[in-house]
Ligand binder design. Structure first.
Ligand code: 2IT
Length: 445
């Protein structure tokens, strides 16, 4: 049995009930085959055996009192996966689907994504099965305060720096930061995604969506093409989707769908102007269904259907893991879609991604495509350390350059290991090499 298969077998035995984690690990390990063949020293040093096991996994009770005076109990998580190249770094997800396996898959992905940014950040992820939908501000605040009352002892500006993810935006980061500061009596950059007048970075809210558009532009540039005049379908309309739409519009393309787990809206004219203004806080603040957008502007709503049935040039899954399966991939390919970029984390199933590669669809993997968010989080950490803040244009220019570099690194790593055009392999290899070399230098830890 090959070394990679042996490692995968052990990971499968140890984490048998965590399908998303196994999916994420299998994809990376497969990419590493040619690297390990060329560099047996990584095998000898147990680098792969170590990188698939989190350095530390925390699970804790989060008790809080709802508006009716009833005690509620949620489960909190923080998985500190790798600190080889910097403090643990990665978002917090508040969603009822959260469990240890989901947080581990996200934390594992974050190791390689963060390495790709070129900034000194390790990999981590956390969250809770708390559902922010339908909760009052006061309930969200009490929950966040309780969550941080346990988490504070495990995090810190030089230890572990959480941020937002699904269900955690500016409001939640504010409540979490306030409680941390109150407990430790220190104003420090323990979280990113902070408000602009209390240590946040300009362009952090925009970063993931803008970065996705910059990355797609790089993929298209290689084919002497651009986003101008292109029709794009997306799913999620949270922080990532909304700012992605804004950037696509400014680059001359149009986005014609948004979706949630109940269905999708088709907006053939493209989401722009007052419609985009309306969309901006529909999920991130109000946490309402995409159907509300359809109703507001008299647009067709397709109940129980997926936006991947709509013909488009470019498809950008921007909601959540495994939202785009093999059947969707086949439909997209049959309808002429020639570029797919993962704005969410692992939104394509392994089978879907395989179909895209096989059919020569330009495919951008999540670790590379959506790295702009955590990249600007890294820039927020730099600004906090300097006690200084860059202008919007300064941060945006750095973000742009980081996305250009990530594309170049991923593309050239794929080429170097005989997998030209396969950005999944390229991103995994480029991210891995940086972390693996750091692990080699630091001994068996
Ligand atoms: O998936 C992600 O990269 C994020 N949710 C952002 C993480 C961060 O630390 O900014």
């Amino acid at each position: 049995m090959s070394y990679v298969n042996e490692v995968m077998q052990k990971v499968t035995q140890r984490n048998a009930h965590e399908p998303e984690f196994l999916q994420a690990v299998a994809e990376v390990l497969e990419s590493l085959e040619p690297v390990l063949a060329a560099h047996p020293e990584y095998i000898e040093a147990g680098v792969v055996d170590r990188i698939v096991e989190p350095e530390r996994q925390l699970m804790f009770r989060v008790p809080w009192v709802d508006d009716q005076g009833k005690v509620q109990v949620n489960r909190g998580f923080r998985v500190q996966f790798s600190s080889a190249i910097g403090p643990y770094k990665g978002g917090l997800r508040f969603h009822p689907s959260v469990n240890l396996g989901i947080i581990k898959f996200l934390g594992f992905e974050q190791i390689f994504k963060n390495a790709l940014t070129g900034l000194p950040m390790g990999g981590g992820k956390g969250g809770s099965d708390f559902d922010p939908r339908g909760k009052s501000d006061a309930e969200v605040m009490r929950f966040c305060q309780s969550f941080m009352t346990e988490l504070y002892r495990h995090v810190g500006a030089d230890t572990d720096v959480p941020a937002g993810d699904i269900g955690v935006g500016g409001r939640e980061i504010g409540f979490l930061f306030g409680q941390y500061k109150r407990i430790v009596n220190r104003f420090e950059g323990v979280l990113t995604g902070k408000g602009i007048n209390w240590g946040g970075s300009l362009a952090r809210p925009e970063a993931t969506g803008y970065g996705t558009a910059y990355f797609i532009s790089e993929m298209l540039k290689e084919k002497n093409d651009s986003l101008a005049g292109k029709t794009v379908t997306i799913s999620g309309y949270g922080n990532v989707g909304t700012y992605f739409i804004e950037k696509v519009n400014s680059l001359g393309g149009k986005v014609i769908t948004i979706a949630d787990e109940y269905g999708y809206v088709l907006d053939k004219e493209g989401i722009a102007g007052e419609k985009l203004d309306f969309l901006m806080d529909l999920w991130t603040v109000k946490r309402l269904s995409a159907k509300v957008y359809a109703e507001q502007f008299g647009l067709p709503w397709f109940e129980g259907k997926s936006p991947w049935e709509v013909p488009c040039d470019i498809a950008v899954p921007s909601a959540t893991q495994n939202e785009l399966n093999a059947e969707h991939a086949q439909q997209l390919i049959a309808n002429g879609c020639y570029c797919v970029a993962e704005a969410a984390n692992m939104p394509c199933t392994a089978e879907a991604a395989e179909l895209f590669l096989k059919n020569k669809v330009l495919f951008g993997p999540a670790k590379a495509v959506n790295a702009g968010g955590v990249a600007v989080s890294g820039l927020e950490m730099s600004q906090n350390s300097m006690r200084y803040g860059w202008t919007f244009d300064e941060v945006d220019a750095k973000l742009y350059q980081i996305m250009v570099d990530i594309y170049a690194k991923s593309s050239s790593a794929a080429k170097k290991y005989g997998l030209e055009g396969n950005l999944i392999a390229g991103a995994n290899i480029a991210g891995f090499l940086k972390v693996a070399d750091a692990m080699m230098a630091q001994g068996v830890v």
